[in-house]
Design a protein around this ligand. Structure first.
Ligand code: ATP
Length: 213
């Protein structure tokens, strides 16, 4: 929980439907804060992480426009075991900081913080009032990602193998949406969840007022 705001953490495996869920909630006026988007901004030209990335990885890590050279970093992380840790040590505190700023600035009834690796990485749960997991059978994850990206099934499976298992993720959830049917079924579940979150957010803010009085 953050400064009296009701914040829902949204997570799920690759292709589970996180973007679909956050788009539906965003359309309802919920403040959506996306950690992937923040990470992208931090590593864009003039991004706040770029001075530290240049210092840690050298000029070769930066493209001529000053943004992070993703191919270089991917190769570095692949060939040097500590490179990912170094990159994460630079990015994670900045991502958290910007996420908190954006969450506090929102004016919607509650906020949704999208964190793909919420279960895998530490440091998120203390700012959350609820953890919403989009659960999806693995074969559907593979086929949806393949349709979207053209990756081979084996490549998608390799990414999934590095992520938390469904069971592990579900164990961390306070709320679950099962995205195993069509988009209409997803929307129906999301709207039901939205009502629950609205109520919980209202209860939190009236509770806060009672404390002050
Ligand atoms: P990533 O982790 O890769 O960012 P994600 O969890 O955000 O993925 P989405 O991008 O929302 O997942 O969904 C993956 C793909 O599957 C998208 O192309 C989306 O349109 C499609 N999709 C999601 N849910 C459904 C559904 N219920 N029926 C049909 N297609 C769906």
């Amino acid at each position: 929980m953050m400064g009296g705001r009701f914040v829902v953490g949204l997570t799920g495996g690759i292709g589970s439907g996180k973007s679909a869920v956050s788009d539906l909630l965003s359309a309802k006026g919920v403040d959506v804060v996306d950690t992937d988007r923040i990470a992208h901004g931090l590593t864009a030209a003039q991004g706040a992480a770029m001075p530290a990335i240049r210092q840690a990885f050298g000029d070769a890590a930066c493209r001529p426009d000053g943004s992070m050279d993703r191919d270089f970093i991917r190769q570095k992380v692949f060939s040097e075991p500590d490179a990912l840790k170094m990159l994460e040590a630079i990015l994670h505190p900045l991502i958290r900081q910007q996420a908190m700023t954006q969450l506090q600035a929102g004016t919607g009834p509650y906020a949704l913080l999208v964190v793909p690796l919420l279960v895998e990485k530490q440091g998120w749960t203390d700012m959350l009032s609820a953890i919403l997991v989009v659960d999806c059978p693995e074969d559907l994850q593979v086929s949806r990602v393949q349709q979207r990206s053209g990756l081979e099934a084996g490549q998608v499976a390799a990414i999934m193998a590095k992520q938390a298992s469904r069971r592990h993720r579900l164990a961390a959830a306070t709320h679950v949406i099962v995205n195993d049917a069509d988009l209409a079924a997803l929307k129906a579940q999301v709207m039901g969840m939205h009502e629950q979150f609205l109520q919980a957010a209202r209860a939190l803010s009236s509770g806060g007022r009672d404390e002050i009085q």
